[in-house]
Write a protein that binds this ligand. Structure first.
Ligand SMILES: [Zn+2]
Length: 158
């Protein structure tokens, strides 16, 4: 695996679904809201562009900027293509909310006693909280669900 953890990826607007999964993998990811123009590219010469437009690919190529031209959907194909082409290890960092992508905060379970089912209370010690969604995660639940979704997406190469 090459060292892509140091790199920031810049994704075209249509790739926001993919951006979420890159964040779950612990990769620095930004999504552009505007159309990618020469001016935008000049502002980000150090970024690695992920795009689906052949025209943009030609511009990036000419300017000598790192990029990868992805297939136009579905997400499964894009993610698989990306992992293979960049030789990224399919792993999840799971420090982020699976709904909104916000960084989770480790919390003491006593603070959330009334929201935790008794069985979970007895079994789990590690709880994380998303302040944006007001959602509480515990180890088994969150990790298992994320891995199931991740495997379903990249099934064949994992
Ligand atoms: Zn959230």
């Amino acid at each position: 695996m090459k060292n892509f953890k140091e790199q920031t990826f810049l994704l075209e607007a249509s790739l926001h679904g993919l951006a979420k999964w890159l964040r779950f993998m612990g990769i620095n990811t930004l999504t552009l809201n505007e159309k990618i123009t020469t001016e935008i590219i000049q502002k980000h010469p150090d970024k690695f562009f992920l795009i689906t437009s052949k025209t943009t690919a030609q511009i990036l190529e000419k300017m000598g900027i790192n990029f990868l031209l992805l297939p136009r959907g579905p997400l499964k194909a894009q993610l698989t293509f990306l992992l293979l082409k960049l030789e990224l290890e399919p792993s999840l960092s799971l420090e982020l909310c699976s709904i909104c992508g916000e960084k989770l905060i480790p919390v003491k379970k006593d603070l959330f006693k009334e929201r935790i089912p008794p069985k979970v209370w007895d079994l789990c010690e590690d709880f994380n909280y998303c302040a944006r969604c007001d959602k509480l995660y515990w180890e088994g639940d969150h990790v298992k669900r994320m891995w199931e979704r991740f495997r379903a997406l990249i099934g064949r190469i994992c």
